[in-house]
Design a protein around this ligand. Structure first.
Ligand code: BTN
Length: 269
């Protein structure tokens, strides 16, 4: 069993560029928390923006759609960053996509290749989940809006335990990048989040569109989407300007703002 590189606050800060470091008002690294998102949201709202919280393990890690996020001690990354947007909620529909793109770039800069995004913000490699993002909003719908951006990256997992705890195919970073440094990855992730959130705040989603198209793991795929009470089937053609998924059912073209996507494997004759 390889040794675990513990998270080190000062080392993380020292590896970030000065622009990003200046935006981090507080960086907290804890041995154990219920959930880094919950810990951030317990802070007074005014202290949340620019605060980053990480933990070595989460006892109640939260995923999208009310799921648990498997968060053992032993070398994964659990990170939450608070960010305030002086915009109405209606202009932040693409925020989960920006968080996924930032995470994808941090992974690319760490040396990873071939990872793709499964809308809205799962990072996948070879059809297996590597990373998930949980974006939670507080504040007035007319703005300002306070976002809690949570990212969980599987880095070093024990197969037997993870197989029984996770109900979908998963992978971890050590499988692809055995020498990846957790502190370096944490620094890159914070740097990318801060740089890309600042750009998104200023210019919206248009500067991100071409990157999304390169990272889009669903375009052209046949999918089933559990949305509301039922399941929709069709072919994904991309996203619209609000970050909604465009699905061609063969009868109509739909824009979906939420839903759980399953890719239907292509039949091999
Ligand atoms: C998902 O794919 O369902 C989203 C998973 C998000 C997990 C991260 S880990 C850090 C942060 N704290 C949490 O409790 N959840 C997010």
């Amino acid at each position: 069993m390889s040794t675990v590189e513990l998270l080190d606050r000062d080392l993380i800060l020292s590896q970030m560029d000065s622009f990003a470091r200046k935006q981090v008002t507080s960086l907290i690294v804890n041995a154990s928390l219920d959930s880094t998102n919950s810990a951030l949201q317990r802070l007074p709202v005014k202290q949340q923006s620019g605060t980053a919280i990480m933990a070595e393990l989460q006892t109640e890690g939260r995923g999208r759609r009310g799921r648990q996020w498997y968060s053992p001690k032993g070398g994964n990354l659990y990170l939450s960053l608070g960010w305030c947007f002086n915009k109405p909620l209606s202009e932040l529909g693409c925020l989960p996509l920006v968080v996924a793109l930032s995470t994808a770039t941090a992974l690319t800069r760490s040396g990873l290749q071939r990872h793709l995004i499964k809308w809205p913000n799962d990072l996948m490699l070879d059809g297996k989940k590597l990373c998930g993002c949980l974006v939670e909003m507080q504040g007035d719908a007319r703005g300002p809006c306070h976002a809690c951006l949570g990212v969980g990256i599987n880095i070093q997992m024990s197969s037997s335990e993870a197989d029984s705890a996770i109900d979908q195919p998963w992978t971890d970073l050590q499988t692809w990048l055995p020498d990846c440094s957790r502190n370096r990855l944490a620094a890159l992730l914070l740097e990318e989040l801060i740089t890309q959130l600042s750009l998104f705040s200023e210019k919206g989603f248009s500067p991100f569109k071409s990157h999304w198209q390169r990272m889009d793991g669903l375009k052209g795929q046949q999918v089933d989407i559990a949305a509301g009470q039922g399941t929709l089937s069709g072919t994904v053609s991309g996203i619209n300007d609000n970050g909604a998924l465009i699905l061609d059912t063969g009868v109509e073209t739909l824009s979906l703002h939420s839903g759980e996507v399953s890719i239907i494997p292509a039949c091999s004759e």
